[in-house]
Design a protein around this ligand. Structure first.
Ligand SMILES: Nc1ncnc2c1ncn2[C@@H]1O[C@H](COP(=O)(O)OP(=O)(O)OP(=O)(O)O)[C@@H](O)[C@H]1O
Length: 250
């Protein structure tokens, strides 16, 4: 184990061809904590989560989780070690039903009754999915699809949940609902969470720690309780920002 940290990312570097997406990002996350990462479009947020989950290859640096070296491991292996990624864009299998989507999420880990029980747990967590159980995922509302991909990710009973912009394109009321469920699950399951968002409001309410990522580097790292909106905006924009820009961020 590296120190007492559940997740430890050291000097992580990723590039796509010649274009650098992460320029040496380090992060320590104790068990049960929630870390929020905010940053503009293209900052590298998705790349960071993908690098932890084994979805992109790493140019430099290391990722350790719960005593294991994840660096360079395959995505399926990392998933089997308790890490689950909910990618941006709510990619459910649109022509498959809610039931089938959940079964796909769990079948590598469970079969038979255990698989059904895991699904039942998710239907209790997300009652709206029970109402939609036999419908194709593609017919669900955006909020329901977001719930479905989170439920699917939870089918493997991860200990580390990586959420990529769960609020993207959803109405504020639905986002409230999604975050309320996440907050409940986090405490009942003792989940450790990293969540990306483009704006700060949800993160400041939901996370213990916030990191501002811009152009592949953390520009600010702080407990959410100690951060000022001015500091946040400066780190996020990296230049003099207008009142309107800041209002959108906060
Ligand atoms: N598959 C890819 N091939 C080439 N370049 C990529 C690829 N994925 C991301 N990039 C580039 O890497 C940088 C970081 O992208 P990334 O998607 O990680 O940012 P992000 O902060 O998640 O942005 P968004 O909010 O748009 O999701 C960007 O410059 C992006 O264009």
């Amino acid at each position: 184990m590296h120190g007492s940290h559940f997740l430890q990312i050291r000097d992580l570097q990723v590039s796509y061809g010649g274009s650098v997406a992460l320029r040496g990002v380090s992060l320590k996350v104790p068990k049960g904590r929630t870390v929020g990462i905010i940053g503009p479009n293209g900052a590298g947020k998705s790349t960071l989560l993908a690098a932890v989950a084994g979805g992109v290859s790493v140019l430099g640096g290391t990722v350790h989780f719960d005593g294991r070296d994840l660096t360079g491991a395959k995505a399926e292996t990392i998933a089997s070690w308790g890490v689950s990624l909910v990618p941006e864009g709510r990619h459910s299998f649109g022509s498959m039903t809610v039931e089938e989507n959940l079964l796909v999420g769990g079948y590598l880990r469970y079969s038979g009754t255990a698989l059904r029980n895991a699904m039942e747990t998710q239907l209790q967590n997300f009652p709206r999915l029970r109402e939609r159980f036999r419908q194709p995922a593609g017919k669900l509302s955006g909020g329901e699809q977001q719930m479905l991909v989170i439920a699917r990710a939870l089918m493997t009973q991860p200990r580390l949940l990586l959420l990529d912009e769960p609020s993207l394109g959803l109405a504020p009321k639905i986002v409230d609902e999604v975050y309320a469920i996440l907050a409940e699950l986090r405490s009942s399951l003792g989940l450790t969470i990293i969540v990306n968002e483009q704006t700060s409001r949800r993160i400041l309410q939901f996370a213990d720690q916030v990191h501002v990522l811009r152009e592949g580097e953390f520009r600010l790292s702080s407990p959410t309780s100690q951060i000022s909106s001015e500091e946040l905006a400066s780190a996020y924009f990296g230049h003099q920002h207008g009142h309107d820009e800041k209002a959108e961020l906060i």
